[in-house]
Design a protein around this ligand. Structure first.
Ligand code: SAM
Length: 403
């Protein structure tokens, strides 16, 4: 055997020992080390993939989404997690999920092959870290929402780009969404008539960055924006397009002694849902229906916060949204744009797939620092600073002020 094969086999042995817990529980690994190992393993996986496997992996990759949804709707993943480390037999799982034993056998065979469950011995199944992720309410909301809303639009990307001569997707009147859903309603109007999809969307918005840092980990909000000259009437934080108000609640929790008003703005139907089924901690938040394509009603707030809002829109609409905020700002006000800032080189896979998903469903995009600066300049705003708070996705706060 040549030296590289020997080295590879040696590495395989060490990786298997690591997986079997020889050096401790994998879940107790330092997050930085975990990320490095995971990324290196992913690269090794792709770099060593056999010629014949590539097409098979890619051609049936869309099967993962419906298969995940089936595991969720039958409660298979939840049931496995509830076993708390005890393996369950195929027959038991068939009874507990009310699924034909012959079908569950086929499904479990797929789930173990794709790492969604472990099969320590023949016909016995255990939850692993992937099963646990798939058993969360946020995970279910994401998989259901992408199945119902996003994927039908993204599936027509090839046809759409063929038809439009491979132009970039920036026209708010023509992007794959309309073709994929055979609709003339844009996403936020379409979803208004579908309360269940809207609910999945909102739950997913709340949990989409679970396990990652948030902007409050990098900014002392109270010290920077709300320590001088504030009283109970001061609007200290306006979360524009803030969904159910999860970021407002996180702010109140982080600074329980914060003085001033924390306001949540979103579309009428979202604010209705946020008020009808308030999330824990919503008591200190003021909900307000507001269309961000109209002039901002809260004047002179300390911070106007937009998380993952502008990536839903092409440049012209972003400029309109920013100008509507600008008209309400004082010299002391800041706009806090909480978004991915794409690096020019080696972007993370999650950021690149979000970029194309935003393009297909909204004619939106993820942006680089230069893109943000150009956009703010076009809205006649000044970029004050860019604060990176998340290494993995290059999550940043772009701080903007009046010129
Ligand atoms: C991608 S979500 C982001 C939600 C939230 N900021 C977060 O980070 O979890 C975009 C939000 O913009 C809201 N939105 C869309 N169009 C709007 C409009 N015209 N006026 C106000 N909010 C709007 C949506 O209802 C949704 O809550």
């Amino acid at each position: 055997m040549n030296p590289i094969s020997n080295e590879a086999l040696d590495l395989v042995g060490r990786l298997e020992a690591l997986l079997n817990g020889a050096s401790g529980d994998l879940s107790s690994m330092d997050p930085g080390a975990r990320l490095k190992l995971s990324e290196a393993a992913r690269r090794v996986n792709l770099a060593t993939e056999a010629l014949g496997d590539t097409i098979h992996r890619v051609m049936l990759s869309p099967l993962q989404l419906p298969l995940a949804l089936i595991g969720m709707e039958t409660r298979l993943f939840e049931i496995l997690v509830e076993q708390e480390g005890k393996a369950a037999k195929t027959t038991e799982l068939a009874t507990m999920t009310k699924t034909d034993p012959a079908l569950i056998k086929r499904l479990l065979r797929y789930y173990q092959a794709f790492g969604m469950v472990d099969e320590p011995t023949e016909g016995q199944y255990l939850a692993n870290n992937i099963t646990s992720a798939l058993a969360t309410p946020g995970g279910f909301a994401a998989i259901a929402f992408y199945s119902e809303a996003m994927i039908p639009a993204l599936a027509v990307l090839p046809q759409f780009l063929r038809d439009t001569g491979y132009s970039n997707i920036t026209d708010k009147a023509n992007y794959p969404w309309y073709l994929g859903h055979q609709t003339d309603k844009q996403f936020f109007e379409w979803i208004e008539d579908r309360p269940n999809v809207l609910r999945h969307f909102m739950v997913w918005m709340r949990s989409q960055r679970d396990g990652l840092p948030i902007f409050l980990d990098a900014i002392d909000f109270k010290e920077e924006f709300a320590s001088h000259g504030v009283n109970e009437n001061t609007a200290v934080f306006v979360d524009i397009g803030g969904s159910f108000g999860h970021q407002c609640v996180r702010l109140r929790k982080r600074h329980p002694d914060l003085i001033g008003r924390v306001i949540l703005q979103d579309r009428e139907e979202v604010i209705q849902q946020a008020k009808t089924r308030p999330i824990p901690g919503f008591e200190g938040i003021i909900p307000q229906a507001h269309d961000f394509f109209t002039s901002q009603p809260i004047k002179g707030a300390r911070a106007y916060y937009l998380r993952h809002v502008l990536h839903d829109w092409p440049d012209n609409e972003c400029i309109e949204i920013l100008k509507n905020i600008k008209s309400a700002m004082t010299q002391e006000s800041r706009i806090l744009i909480d978004e991915i800032v794409l690096p020019e080189y080696g972007a993370h896979w999650r950021a690149t797939q979000l970029d194309l998903a935003m393009g297909g469903c909204f004619a939106g995009m993820e942006r680089s620092q230069v893109d943000w600066e150009i956009l703010l300049n076009k809205a006649n705003l000044r970029t004050v600073k860019v604060i990176k708070y998340g290494e993995q996705l290059a999550d940043c706060i772009v701080v903007a002020a009046l010129k």
